[in-house]
Write a protein that binds this ligand. Structure first.
Ligand code: EPU
Length: 335
């Protein structure tokens, strides 16, 4: 059922736990409600919220905040090897991963414990421990805010890249994702265990999907703060790509610099390492801080304002640029 509220705090709706108000707020539970609300409020700007785990509110909003809260998981197709599952956008991502593990469907076990909603997952092509959403994504239904019609977008339409898709680049704000279809694996599975820590844990073994998920959950819990306890939004920046020549110059000054091949011409550098080198890890700047165990995670240490966290992020970006000549791109959406 559609819920409408006026002048409410968005603090409970963002994992940073920062205070910001919205003039109008709608909790939407199906596509018809979404259409109705957008048609009725054409004069107002709108914003879409899922789990609120990739946003930083820096000011109040005079428009409509739409919380996408439609629920449901349904098997829509099945073969001997795979199953296609349609998941409504408002489902919690981790609960969906647990549902897959309970049903013995493989493919998302490396993505366990990522905060946020299913509908938000394609926007930044969530990824962790060697797997990205794109590897299981089949299609999604999305409401076109220009034509007021629902469309089906298949994988190639979405132009997935590292923490990127059309939904956060050139088609930003055009589509509101209402459901996602995933193609999942039935046994036998071929779990991805190539990522550093996983390859060490499972060396010489073929783990079950449940064992992989358990290991991922343990690793995440050991490094990443639980947003219910300490406000945060996961990685604040993307890991930057640098050219081979830039990498060679940096390596000459910093022989310990870690890097991963990304393409023929570029290497990926862990932003956390750069931030760590500059001494930011574990530091406090007012009520904003850099997590003590993962330098890529900015945290709300109490009652931080969004602007305080943003200013810390800018300080880090400036320092990284000055020292390493690398531009850190934000992963988190500033609103
Ligand atoms: N490192 C440091 N200091 C730190 C933390 C890490 O020097 O405080 C260095 C280490 O060399 C480490 C390397 O950075 O080997 C990589 O660290 P980690 O494995 O923790 O991964 P990450 O590159 O920092 C990325 C994703 C995470 C994802 C992990 C695991 C991005 C922006 N972040 O982090 O995603 O969980 O890999 O796959 O790509 C997220 O997007 O919100 C997120 C948490």
């Amino acid at each position: 059922m559609l819920i409408f509220k006026e002048n409410i705090s968005l603090k409970p709706y963002n994992t940073f736990g920062v205070e910001a108000h919205t003039k109008y707020f709608y909790k939407i539970t199906n596509s018809l409600e979404l259409k109705e609300v957008l048609l009725k409020n054409k004069a107002f700007p709108f914003r879409v919220l899922g789990g609120g785990s990739n946003v930083l509110f820096t000011e109040n909003f005079e428009g409509l905040t739409l919380l996408i809260a439609n629920r449901g998981i349904e098997v829509v197709n099945e073969s001997t090897e795979t199953v296609t599952v349609e998941v409504q956008a408002g489902e919690n991502w981790h609960e969906f991963v647990l549902w897959c593990l309970n049903h013995n469907y493989g493919g998302v076990e490396n993505l366990a414990l990522i905060p946020g909603s299913v509908g938000a997952a394609p926007i930044q092509n969530i990824g962790a421990y060697g797997v990205e959403l794109t590897s299981v994504f089949k299609s999604c239904k999305a409401f076109n805010t220009q034509t007021f019609k629902e469309e089906v977008l298949v994988k190639k339409d979405c132009e997935f890249g590292y923490r990127s898709s059309i939904f956060k680049t050139h088609q930003k704000e055009k589509f509101i994702i209402t459901s996602v279809c995933f193609q999942l694996q039935k046994p036998p599975y071929y779990p991805t265990i190539t990522y550093g820590a996983l390859s060490t844990i499972f060396e010489g073994k073929t783990p079950s999907i449940q064992e992989v998920a358990t290991a991922v959950i343990q690793i995440r819990e050991s490094k990443l703060p639980d947003p219910k306890i300490l406000g945060n939004s996961g990685s604040f920046f993307k890991n930057p790509l640098v050219s081979k020549s830039h990498h060679e110059r940096l390596k000459a000054s910093y022989p310990e610099l870690p890097s991963y091949p990304s393409s023929d011409r570029q290497l990926k550098i862990p932003a956390a390492w750069l931030i760590d080198q500059l001494g930011f890890k574990g530091t406090q700047h007012g009520d904003a801080g850099v997590h003590k165990d993962q330098a890529l995670v900015l945290v709300n240490l109490g009652n931080a304002k969004g602007k305080e966290i943003l200013s810390l992020a800018q300080k880090i970006q400036t320092a990284v640029k000055e020292t390493f000549n690398i531009t850190l791109e934000r992963e988190v959406n500033i609103l």
